[in-house]
Ligand binder design. Structure first.
Ligand SMILES: Nc1nc(=O)c2c([nH]1)NC[C@@H]1CN(c3ccc(C(=O)N[C@@H](CCC(=O)O)C(=O)O)cc3)C=[N+]21
Length: 369
């Protein structure tokens, strides 16, 4: 259910759940629309070398310089991280690699998706994944099971896909119906085909020094990719992850730590979350609470990655609701150096990373470099 319309972040019901300080608001910010063309290209310190380069964001080359600038500059306005654009670039790169692989060894990657039940949102996600697969040349296999299926039925399909050589990735759409045990089901997916990265062995390897998982979970991987492609330095920086879920918060914190950030995890029992968050050069939020993170929580110049996708009622929108993140965008974008919008931020990256993991899996299985 969508929560009430939040025309102003301060009216959020959730914001009353935590001790909040009202943001010190700068005068209205002149936003650069998220859809503007790719900004001028110039080399980055950290960028995937094969990729079109995105500019180093204002404020992130030197967080302290950005902080000084933002506190005096009434025009302060974060640079928008365009996840939709980056995801498109990545999909194009994947399509090229798949075409090469097909030419060289006559194999295309295959992704199997298992959907149990008829949740509208899950059906939409699965449909979008299928479309994205087709567009890059991944063969998709889909199994739809009724809500009241047994765990054994799901396990049977997993076993079949585990031994099917044309399937390189297996994804069980979450959430599963309540009568099913997620753990049993996720454990059954072969770790070599676990493109979601949800198998405990993959998460365990992610958490250990000197080991690497077969797959990194798609949403946290997408967050890291955005930071890298926008030239955000991670090594030695302070990072805060808000939320500690198995699928986003925890792996995101592990990845930031692997990239040599000093990481704190803020959760529902954290005292003074705003004080801890305000120390962070990098913030990743994944709690599912609309507009939880206010402008006053943010260190000037920080990079903000908002994973939340929260529907709020909006009679003016064609769907009757609109999506907002965990971060109060209006406030945060005046203080941060870089920020992801919702929609058009992390969401499209999740699907791009799923395609990337599926390609990686096919390459590994077929020893194709
Ligand atoms: N096994 C499994 N793996 C998942 O990766 C998984 C899952 N289950 N269950 C559900 C969540 C959610 N998720 C999203 C994917 C894309 C967007 C996305 O593309 N969002 C767009 C559009 C949103 C819209 O307008 O509806 C955006 O943020 O711009 C969002 C959310 C993957 N999930």
């Amino acid at each position: 259910m969508a929560s009430s319309i939040l025309s102003d972040c301060s009216s959020s019901a959730t914001s009353r759940l935590l001790p909040l300080r009202r943001a010190l608001l700068a005068p209205p910010c002149r936003f650069r629309p998220a859809t503007v063309a790719a900004p001028p290209r110039r080399p980055l310190a950290i960028a995937a070398p094969q990729l079109p380069l995105l500019p180093r964001a204002r404020g992130m080359a030197s967080a302290s310089a950005a902080a000084a600038a933002s506190s005096t500059d009434s025009d302060a306005c974060a640079k928008i991280i365009d996840g939709k654009l980056v995801a498109k670039q990545i999909r194009e790169e994947i399509a090229v690699e798949i075409a090469k692989m097909k030419d060289a060894i006559g194999v295309v990657p295959g992704l199997a998706v298992i959907l149990v039940g008829s949740r509208k949102d899950s059906q939409t996600y699965v449909r979008n994944k299928k479309k994205a697969c087709e567009a890059v040349g991944i063969k998709s296999y889909e199994v739809n099971l009724p809500e009241d299926s047994s765990e054994d039925e799901v396990l049977k399909h997993i076993t079949t896909f585990n031994s099917d050589p044309s399937v390189h990735g297996i994804l069980v759409q979450l959430p599963l119906p309540h009568h099913m045990n997620d753990e049993n089901i996720l454990n059954a997916v072969s770790i070599e085909k676990d493109v979601d990265g949800f198998h405990p062995l993959n998460i365990g390897r992610l958490a250990m020094q000197g080991r690497d998982p077969f797959f990194v979970p798609c949403t946290p991987k997408g967050c890291m990719e955005l930071l890298h492609r926008y030239g955000v330095e991670i090594k030695g920086k302070r990072a805060v992850v808000i939320g500690r879920s198995n699928i986003v918060g925890m792996p995101a914190a592990l990845l930031l730590q692997k990239a040599n950030a000093t990481v704190s995890i803020v959760h529902s029992n954290t005292k003074k979350p705003e004080e801890i968050t305000r120390q962070a050069d990098i913030v990743i939020t994944a709690v599912g609470v609309a507009n939880l993170v206010r402008g006053s929580w943010i260190k000037p110049g920080a990079a903000i990655i908002d994973v939340g996708i929260n529907p709020v009622d909006d009679p003016e929108s064609p769907r009757g609701y609109r999506l907002v993140g965990d971060v109060c965008y209006e406030e945060a974008s005046k203080i941060a150096g870089l920020i992801t919008p919702v929609p058009g931020g992390v969401g499209p990256m999740t699907i791009a990373m799923l395609l990337s993991n599926t390609l990686e899996s096919a390459k590994r299985i077929h020893k194709f470099k």
